[in-house]
Design a protein around this ligand. Sequence first.
Ligand SMILES: O=C(O)C1=C[C@@H](OP(=O)(O)O)[C@@H](O)[C@H](O)C1
Ligand SMILES: C=C(OP(=O)(O)O)C(=O)O
Length: 744
Amino acid sequence: MQKTPPATPLVKRLVVIGLGLIGASFAKGIRDLGLAEEVIGVDLNLQACQRAVELGVVDSCSTDLAAACKDADVIMLAVPVLALQTLLSKLAALNLKNTIITDAGSVKGHLLAAAQAAFGKLPPLLVLGHPIAGSERSGVEAANPGLFKHHKVILTPHAHTDPAALACVEQLWQGLGADVESMSVDQHDRVLAATSHLPHLLAFGLVDSLAKRSENLEIFRYAAGGFRDFTRIAGSDPVMWHDIFLANREAVLQQLDQFRGDLDVLRNAIAEEDGRHLLGVFTRARVAREHFSTILAQRAYVETMLDNNLIFLASPGGQVNGSIRVPGDKSISHRAIMLGSLAEGVTEIDGFLEGEDALATIQAFRDMGVVIEGPEKGRVVVHGVGLHGLQAPPGPIYVGNSGTTMRLLSGILAAQNFDTTLTGDASLSKRPMNRIAKPLREMGAVIETAAEGRPPLTLRGGQRLTGMHYAMPMASAQVKSCLLLAGMYASGETSVTEPAPTRDHTERMLRGFGYPVEVNGPTAKIESNHALTATHIEVPADISSAAFFMVAACIAPDSELLLEHIGINPTRTGIIDILKLMGADLSLERIHEVGGELVADIRVRSSRLKGIEIPLELVPLAIDEFPVLFIAAACAEGRTILRGAEELRVKESDRIQVMVDGLTTLGVSAQGTPDGIIIEGGPMGGGEIWAHGDHRIAMSFSVAALRANAAIRIHDSVHVATSFPNFLALCKQVGMHVEPEVHS
Ligand SMILES: O=C(O)C1=C[C@@H](OP(=O)(O)O)[C@@H](O)[C@H](O)C1
Ligand SMILES: C=C(OP(=O)(O)O)C(=O)O
């Protein structure tokens, strides 16, 4: 077999002992790539040795260990775990001086002890490793040089491992395309006992237990996909697994005992017909399985836009026509989960936003023991635990990109009897939290933040909150809502006065759950000692998401678009008022009320927009819509001036600066001011735009392309999934040309 042109060899002589699947694949990969000048195999089986040479797995092969290992730079031990002990003693007797010894075994503690016994100390050139790769196939015939590509290899250096030896082994694995990580021997054995050894034990055990029964033929005849999936690994090599369980005895026993406890609890739940417990386990397991890599990597919850470097390519021109319904309102979706969780009884939610931010809120409450079914096509069922029924989460609660989750949740968590830590992604980790930490502390909460009041936040449990009056220094529905939620737990009255009207979904929904809130002009007041009663919530479509399409239909020629079932709560309609002041042709149809919130269909037609001075009182009512309103302003005749919007600087990005940068790139005259922007309408070109992890920036520049004369490439668009997971699909449906750029 032909070698591919060699890379620079990393070592001269590599010896691979044991030419099973792993050893032979390692040898062949290294040899094919020329990472060693010479690859020698050692196997007790003469036939395997001959085949290995015939198949080009090794340059030569021997059954004589001492002869093969002479002058070796690296020896790879790829024999079954229990055979390693004897092998190490033989190697110790060879008195090798400068040879790195590494291995590919699944258990590390056992091997370390064997090395200590064989060599009398831990050799500095011993580098233990474990490739997390395999296949049902075995033997030298199954050698696959690509077996380790994109698979993890865990190296477990001991205290005296020589750094150069470690680097050499790491480079060999990396040369084979593996992702190399390192951890301690103990951690490795614990983790593998849980994620690999325990499932194999259960699969072997279950199949054997069923096979032993007298009715076994019947059972296997009806064994369907589920049984097959669960027990696939029971087809693995029995000798290898026998070795692994004996070698990793302690760690496996620990995992097994813990699992046995959980299994007993499940058994009791079935015996006692405790459906809520079962649902809790099943719903948590389902999402955990779907998202465990996501949660681990602290990334996204939905998979549609997982590419972190996602670039939107928006082609110039197009018309916008048809009728669409955008996803559910984000603010209302968050609140429905929060209040539903704290209510007595079962709350059903329809029209829920299945975007990352709202999913983060669901995950947070699942972490605190609330059983939440769905979302399934916008339907979510929340099994409320009552105001005092939350449980301590197993670890920090990760809320992704969502400021609303972090700030509203803080109001609830400040009053619990357990500690919690809230963390977020890079964008959220830069956003100010003192705006809630300060007033919550005044109510008696104990909260730690990172420098300058940034996340993560740690809220200490067991505090008694006292109601107070708070005059908010900024118009923020998140701060208002946070304090009202804390007020449900605080003694006496909690009241909040806002400097300008902000969205009032919390007040409305609290009432919908039967919790009294008094609103007097700019002040909302709440008291403790009431309860939330489960209810049904229908979430209208999000006006903030509809805004992109409103502007799109205004600025694109010959367009007419109907946006269906949009929430038009008067604290959210600034976008409509501002567009109308700019001359937009926009009308509301079928206005009606659904569950305490006004909804309407909104019809938008192309129109010649003109620049305006945006009235100050409309700013909080359109706070999330400014990025796309700036695009409208760029397409309008004349100058648009915004003031009083300094809050835009502390959203997912500094929305003033990022929009100024983007518009300038497109050739539009835009000038930032401390609290706003001045935009001169005019022709727009194309160019490279950076969204800075901000969903609304990415979507706004997608809309801009309708009037640009060249393509716009929008970098860092992954966060569109936080509020609008099907944005691209709806763009296509109405006639906009925005596509994810495909890159290798
Ligand atoms: O309460 C809410 O659901 C929100 C309030 C607003 O934030 P601020 O309270 O920071 O203005 C808004 O920007 C955010 O998207 C959602
Ligand atoms: C500011 C926003 O959201 P949040 O504060 O919840 O991150 C937004 O969606 O524009």
